[in-house]
Design a protein around this ligand. Structure first.
Ligand SMILES: Nc1nc2c(ncn2[C@@H]2O[C@H](COP(=O)(O)OP(=O)(O)OP(=O)(O)O)[C@@H](O)[C@H]2O)c(=O)[nH]1
Ligand SMILES: [Mg+2]
Length: 318
């Protein structure tokens, strides 16, 4: 018979509990390649604003995805670009370049075979990151010929020792699951930093300003992409007793010159009307309630090349 003290103790420590994982992924690339479209596609909802125009995204935007014990924290970034004459461009480039530091994986997005000097610039930045760099070859929905795709992938493969190359279409979702699977494999073990149902760390005010900016980017021609910014002056829920609350939002659109103010307002206010209507509809979806939106346009010369003005308008990496 075995003595009591010979009986091995039962191991109870973390039995049955699965180890969770959590990590950061930076999404980088030159302007207009589809970084924000990809992040929205991965999250399954619109978080980052997008447009046909380069330099739509101006800030780092965190998108949180929690699935099957893995929390992947995506950082969408402004497109890295050559022209950094103005303070706002330097801010945007800094926001993109610093995002590749201290992450667990980098997604470098390119637009098919359209490799430019700016892609070269992005490559120089990602070379310095000490983590796996996955190349996402976006917009393959525009490539009909399989051989063209194969040649493109081969050419890109020579550029760097990428951890993986994934051809995909952010707009229709093709192969995006595959990219996620590759990235999730790089996420280290650890506790989740955010609650499961949280999708970003950005405030509702920030999101409201971005939606207005998106509508302006989409409405206007090439006149003023960088010479306009949006500041939220009021963001207040009105309690209406038994009725659902009403959200009051006042947004100030700042431009550099009076000519630009006229462009934003449009003929008899026609353009402002469309911008306001579209931004309100998006806000109602995002905040899940009725929204009263007031828009104002003001000229504030020099804001886009003035570090202090930029900081006070939320262009602040600290
Ligand atoms: N055909 C096609 N168009 C795409 C795809 N992904 C993005 N686009 C389009 O490319 C344009 C730019 O997309 P964005 O997601 O705003 O690009 P971005 O890289 O975030 O651009 P910046 O924020 O300006 O640096 C938009 O008109 C998108 O609809 C894709 O997979 N296929
Ligand atoms: Mg973007």
């Amino acid at each position: 018979m075995t003595e009591a003290h010979d009986v091995p103790e039962l191991e109870v420590a973390d039995s049955g509990e699965e180890q969770t994982r959590c990590g950061y992924v930076a999404i980088v690339g030159r302007p207009n390649v589809g970084k924000s479209t990809l992040m929205n596609r991965i999250l399954g909802q619109k978080l980052s604003i997008t447009s046909r125009r380069p330099q739509t995204t101006r800030h780092q935007i965190l998108g949180i995805k929690t699935e099957a014990g893995v929390q992947t924290l995506y950082v969408d970034t402004p497109g890295l670009h050559k022209d950094d004459k103005k303070a706002i461009n330097r801010y945007m480039n800094r926001a993109a370049a610093t995002a590749v530091q201290d992450v667990d994986a980098v997604v470098f997005i390119v637009d098919r075979d359209r490799w430019t000097d700016e892609d070269e610039m992005v490559l120089r930045k990602v070379r310095r990151s000490h983590c796996p760099v996955v190349l996402a070859v976006n917009k393959v929905d525009r490539i009909q010929d399989k051989e063209v795709l194969m040649t493109t992938l081969q050419t890109l493969n020579e550029k760097y020792d990428f951890a993986a190359i994934v051809p995909l279409s952010a707009i229709n979702g093709k192969n995006v699951d595959e990219l996620e699977e590759v990235l999730n494999g790089y996420m280290p073990k650890g506790i989740h930093f955010f609650p499961e149902d949280q999708i970003t760390d950005r405030s509702s005010r920030f999101m409201a300003a971005e939606l207005v900016r998106e509508k302006i980017m989409r409405q206007l021609g090439d006149e003023l992409p960088y010479q306009m910014t949006v500041e939220i002056e009021e963001f207040k829920y009105e309690d209406r007793g038994d009725k659902p609350p009403l959200l009051h939002v006042s947004a100030l659109i700042l431009v550099e010159r009076s000519g630009q103010k006229r462009i934003v307002i449009g003929d008899k206010g026609a353009r402002m009307k469309v911008i306001g209507r579209d931004a309100r509809t998006d806000m109602e979806n995002m905040f899940d309630c009725k929204v009263m939106l007031n828009l104002w346009v003001k000229v504030k010369s020099g804001w886009s090349d003035d570090d202090r003005a930029l900081r006070s308008l939320g262009y602040d990496l600290e």
